[in-house]
Write a protein that binds this ligand. Structure first.
Ligand code: SF4
Length: 266
């Protein structure tokens, strides 16, 4: 499907939860966040319906995000439900990797094709400081398990402050080169000020070639990460919400005052 700027939109990012088992400083505020109510979170059956209709309209690439998608109960079952939808050519997940060692094999067996794992530093102490309590080694073991499970490619999302020449970024780059991993550098973004830039080694933030829509955990179809516009699948119907979001896609992102990264999945 084409949006009003003739961009081919074939990619749907689905945030399945606002919950996370880490508290990264650039994502979650110090004093925590108010979590979405369970009753407002859309079910796996609703998500599968969205995927079926989205595919019939031209979507063929699906990414599951969060919060942290692996903390949502029975996430492997959701992957299986999406993988069985005809027309889904590319099924990926973005995870912080903390639970990945346990989930890599079952995810791969359920039809997941590829994975992005967040890793900003290889300094264990700094990792714990950035994530407010995370353990670097659980993530490194998760990455290994993902490669062993045959997920490919395994990409590393490395958030940088200023440049990919920062010492932590260079260390992550070398780690990736030594372990057959692809690295992408993500400049810190700010939804409320509209500060963002193109992902180094990826396609995010490249508005001129934007190909995506987003679905929030509460069933809001969003035309753009840096916009307040959203269309409720429960109110408008799934097809109506997708078509409205497509028509409302902006030429480029501006600001988003209604979402946070942990409930829209970046
Ligand atoms: S800011 Fe909006 S238009 Fe730009 S790449 Fe992101 S989602 Fe697409």
């Amino acid at each position: 499907m084409l949006d009003p700027y003739n961009r081919k939109i074939n990619y749907l990012r689905i945030s399945v939860t606002d919950r996370c088992n880490l508290r990264c400083r650039y994502c979650m505020p110090e004093d925590g966040v108010c979590m979405l109510k369970h009753k407002d979170i859309i079910s796996y059956e609703e998500i599968q319906k969205v995927v079926k209709i989205a595919v019939s309209l031209g979507i063929d690439k699906i990414r599951l995000t969060g919060g942290e998608p692996l903390v949502r109960k029975d996430i492997v079952e959701l992957v299986r439900m999406i993988a069985e939808v005809d027309g889904v050519k590319d099924l990926a997940i973005t995870t912080n990797g903390v639970l990945l060692e346990k989930f890599a094999q079952p995810l791969a067996q359920s039809g997941l094709q590829r994975i992005n794992v967040s890793l900003d530093t290889l300094d264990a102490e700094k990792f714990t400081q950035i994530t407010r309590g995370g353990n670097l080694y659980s993530v490194l073991k998760g990455i290994e398990a993902a490669q062993k499970a045959g997920l490919h490619p395994v990409k590393i999302n490395c958030v940088i402050e200023q440049s990919s020449d920062e010492p932590d970024a260079l260390a992550v780059k070398q780690y990736c080169a030594e372990n057959g991993l692809q690295v992408r550098f993500i400049h810190q973004m700010d939804l409320s000020s509209g500060h963002f830039s193109i992902v180094e080694g990826g396609s995010g933030g490249d508005c001129a070639h934007c190909n995506r829509l987003r679905l929030t955990p509460t069933g809001k179809m969003k035309p753009c990460l840096f916009s307040d516009l959203e269309f409720d699948i429960r109110e408008m119907g799934i097809k109506g919400a997708i078509e409205a979001a497509l028509l409302a896609k902006p030429e480029k992102g501006t600001i988003n005052l209604s979402n946070c990264f942990h409930n829209i999945g970046g």
